[in-house]
Design a protein around this ligand. Structure first.
Ligand code: CDP
Length: 576
């Protein structure tokens, strides 16, 4: 009833009220007065049609794909990243979520990158940058005889421009700012966000090499080097810098680290250059001007009778890879360079959401060895099925143009796409699908979530009610569960159920890293995961997590200690 009122149109999608609200505010096409001119079903039809249409350009029948795409989207079994849902089928529609832009050490190049960022944000994409090539603060500027401002000052301009140019008017622009561990301005960079009020449109990450991690472990000195001329600026203790990184991450959640050697070791296109940056949330390392379009399979829907439905999962992967490959051709790029790169490498990032839901449905606690085994099993299966589909596509449509320059060539795997998998945060599309986000454990069993500037969503775990139905809980117990957002301290509830619904802060951080590593093992790009720490976590705990992430071959790491930011995106429980 409420749904119909909210929307005014009958629809046959199984959407939650929150999903409808999010769709209505940001996704559905609107007229000039701002009223939606399509229903959620019509949105899915628009997207399915625009993407299926690409088949015709390969001499394939788009009608079959249209039906498959529509069925999968309508069932909420798979959703592409937000820009595809918002813009597919619209004139000039930009469909990819992630871009990386290069920044060279000249005013000309910096402001060129700034302009390109604005164009990408306007189109709905997010941008990642390495600022490592910029000369340090105080260095000589030969043309004027003056002194350089350094990377952090220039980042401020990018941050301000992001404020001004909203992403297609639909969401805040997102950036990743990266600086190398051995840049002379590294300490200023690490602490730049500490003051607050600045750089709110940036995630910060330090790019650290294996050698530097080794120097941290052995308590050795490393040279900070001026990227302009390669001259050593000064020598510092690696462990001291690392300490400042961890302290800052402990107190504010930033910076994260990216393990740049692991990223480049695993990159299938090494011959094209060195990767220096990732997209805003870290799940896609990219070469300059590369972009990536993402999509996520809803694992909550891949369960049948308490078992993982591998047949359905395999079929969904096939449809999703076909869909995402088509998106590359359906996309209108804001820049000719990004279009050229996207079509030369054809990178896509298929991932998952609803992992925590799947575990509940098959009765396996998130915090268990079995969950790690299942994570690997599922992701390996997705990877293999994705490759199979990409091979099939290549046999009909050809390999990606840079195939012979890739490691796939030496492995004799003629793929259509240089990368296939990536695990995104699914911040918005998991709300639309009504599942848990990405591979995260439940943050809380009830929570207030803030989306956009001032929309408050109240959510209660939909699977919980089903489990507690038979227990005849008192009103007081229910109220307590809703208020605290966990099952802790409720005697009526058996330990088995409590284990199944353990929330992020009740799961040891080291274990959360292992979950990230388990998925990373079978992911071509990277994995977005926030390692949640309780408020009383120590600095040592943070360090342990960073080391463990490096040792277990994660490509990056982000921590978040409860209460460490004045304004969080999600608050557990319904208590104010
Ligand atoms: O759920 P949705 O498709 O909206 O996005 P996500 O999975 O939370 O984020 C995927 C990627 O979209 C991020 O890594 C960014 O590259 C991009 N993004 C963005 O550009 N702006 C935002 N406000 C959120 C995400």
């Amino acid at each position: 009833e409420a749904k119909l009122k909210l929307f005014g149109v009958q629809d046959d999608l199984k959407l939650s009220l929150n999903a409808i609200q999010v769709l209505r505010e940001r996704y559905l096409l609107k007229d000039q007065e701002g009223n939606p001119v399509e229903t959620p079903r019509q949105m899915m039809e628009r997207v399915a049609r625009a993407i299926a249409q690409i088949d015709a350009s390969y001499g394939e029948d788009p009608e079959v794909s249209y039906q498959e795409f529509l069925k999968t989207l309508m069932a909420l079994d798979f959703l592409p990243n937000s820009p595809t849902l918002m813009n597919a089928g619209c004139p000039g529609g930009q469909l990819a979520a992630c871009f990386v832009l290069p920044i060279e050490d000249s005013l000309d190049a910096i402001f060129e990158a700034l302009k390109n960022m604005a164009l990408i944000h306007k189109s709905g994409g997010g941008t990642g940058f390495s600022f490592s090539r910029l000369r340090p603060r105080g260095d000589r500027v030969s043309s004027t005889g003056g002194r350089a401002s350094g990377p952090v000052s220039f980042m401020r301009i990018f941050d301000t421009a992001t404020d001004v140019v909203k992403q297609g008017g639909k969401r805040r622009g997102a950036n990743m700012g990266i600086l190398r561990f051995n840049h002379p301005d590294i300490l200023e960079f690490i602490q730049a966000k500490k003051k607050g009020g600045e750089f709110e449109n940036f995630n910060f990450s330090v790019a650290i090499t294996d050698q530097e991690m080794e120097a941290v472990r052995k308590n050795e000195k490393i040279p900070l080097t001026n990227p302009r001329d390669g001259k050593v600026w000064r020598e510092v203790s690696a462990a001291e810098i690392f300490n400042v990184i961890c302290e800052s991450a402990w107190s504010s959640g930033e910076p994260g680290c990216i393990f740049i050697d692991e990223i480049n070791r695993k990159h299938p296109l090494k011959t094209l250059g060195v990767i220096e940056a990732t997209n805003p949330c870290g799940e896609v390392p990219l070469l300059p001007f590369e972009s990536c379009n993402l999509g996520s399979i809803n694992l909550a829907h891949m369960v049948n009778n308490g078992k993982i439905d591998y047949a359905k999962l395999g079929e969904t992967v096939r449809i999703a890879v076909h869909f995402l490959d088509n998106v590359i051709d359906a996309n209108y790029h804001p820049l000719p360079e990004t279009e050229r790169m996207a079509k030369a490498n054809r990178k896509i990032g298929l991932g998952v959401m609803g992992f925590a839901d799947l575990l509940v449905k098959i009765g396996v606690p998130y915090y268990s060895q079995q969950a790690l085994k299942i994570a690997e099993e599922i992701m390996q299966y997705i990877m293999l099925q994705a490759r199979k589909t990409s091979l099939e596509l290549a046999s009909r449509r050809g390999t990606f143009p840079n195939f012979e320059k890739s490691t796939w060539y030496t492995q004799n795997l003629p793929l259509r796409n240089a990368t296939l998998t990536s695990i995104a945060p699914t911040g918005s599309i998991s709300i639309i699908a009504g599942c848990s986000s990405g591979i995260e454990p439940y943050f809380a069993l009830s929570f207030r979530r803030y989306v956009l500037e001032n929309t408050e969503l109240i959510e209660v775990n939909p699977l919980l009610e089903e489990y507690l139905k038979g227990l005849k809980l008192s009103q007081k117990d229910w109220e307590r569960i809703l208020a605290q957002g966990t099952l802790q301290g409720i005697e009526q509830i058996p330990q088995k159920v409590k284990d199944l619904f353990r929330t992020a802060l009740e799961i040891p951080p080291e274990f959360q890293v292992k979950v990230q590593a388990a998925f990373q093992k079978y992911v071509d790009n990277a994995v977005s995961k926030t390692i949640n720490l309780p408020q009383n976590a120590s600095l040592e705990e943070v360090k342990k997590v960073f080391f463990l992430a490096h040792e277990t071959h994660c490509k990056g790491i982000t921590v978040f200690r409860q209460g460490s930011r004045s304004r969080q995106a999600i608050y557990p429980g319904l208590l104010s």
